[in-house]
Design a protein around this ligand. Sequence first.
Ligand code: SAM
Ligand code: DTB
Ligand code: SF4
Length: 333
Amino acid sequence: MTKHDWTLEEIEAIYHKPLLDLMFEAATIHRQNKDYAEVQISSLLSIKTGGCPEDCAYCPQAARYSTDVDVHKLMSLETVVNTAKKAKEAGSSRLCMGAAWREVRDNRDFDKVLDMVKAVNELDMEVCCTLGMLNADQAQKLADAGLYAYNHNVDTSEDYYSEVITTRDYKDRLNTINNVRKTGMTVCSGGIVGLGETHKDRVGMLKVLSNLTPHPESVPINALVRVEGTPLENQPKVPVQDMVRMIATTRVLMPKTVIRLSAGRTEMSLAEQAMCFMAGANSIFAGDKLLTTPNPDFKDDMEMFNILGLTPREAYKGIDREKFRPKETVEEK
Ligand code: SAM
Ligand code: DTB
Ligand code: SF4
């Protein structure tokens, strides 16, 4: 049964199990709840890059840090559609469009994003956006445009949050997640490992996510990409066992959730990624780029799928597709 009242003590006991016991438990739960060999492939597209007013210490897109990222205004609808088509042809079932915004504003750029959502939806891809904070009205507009998922990460524990970000607080994040949930869109929320947080902080973050009711439909687990010019550029590389522990614990807490092995794969070998899939990860970001940083080659990922016997999951599998059609389209019928 899916449980939403996990306590810190319970989560700590799972997280600190001997690694192989934890992996075995997570793999067993994964096989009971999911077709473990099916892995969802998402593509990321940065539709508005850089120049963000926030101070997230990990992020190359924050205007206040001097990184290699160039600022770009909102991408055209045509470029978005062409990129989405290519991603679909390559085998991707979901497109996640990201914008370096603190929050959505009710302006022409937002109207353009709504058009992008409608257009990608027409390609029969699952459409996801990550645009920063949303109020209830903006969340509803995205839902009406046919948005399937909204990504908004809690990133770390509430206690550690202010060490990483000072320009907004944890409850702002939870508030947006709540606004998304109320519209019926699916929630994608996870975090980053390697920000200098303690094991207790990781457990604290997993408590927040696993106490959301319902659980987020997707939980991305990112390893910090250490980008030159950001305050966290000199953090040590995340040890693979920490990623495995985090993914396995997430799988035990949220048996039915799609867990995405997200940023950080360029620094992981095939064997290390295999451990993450074994521990319950069943989604990746594919394509040569994440938002602004490199990701493994698509070809190499498909080779990895072959070697491990994994298959890409088709879009909207087991989902009532009509629920996520743009409103006008539904009404025309
Ligand atoms: N601006 C929006 C926001 O912050 O919600 C959307 C885009 S933001 C880049 C999306 C997520 O990317 C962040 O919440 C963070 O979890 C992740 N991210 C950003 N930089 C990262 C890095 N260097 N390494 C790993 N994850 C990162
Ligand atoms: C998520 O959890 N990870 C993605 C996506 N959601 C938006 C972003 C990773 C960004 C890594 C740094 C970059 O490429 O800029
Ligand atoms: Fe801006 Fe999002 Fe990067 Fe924070 S994570 S600086 S809000 S783009």
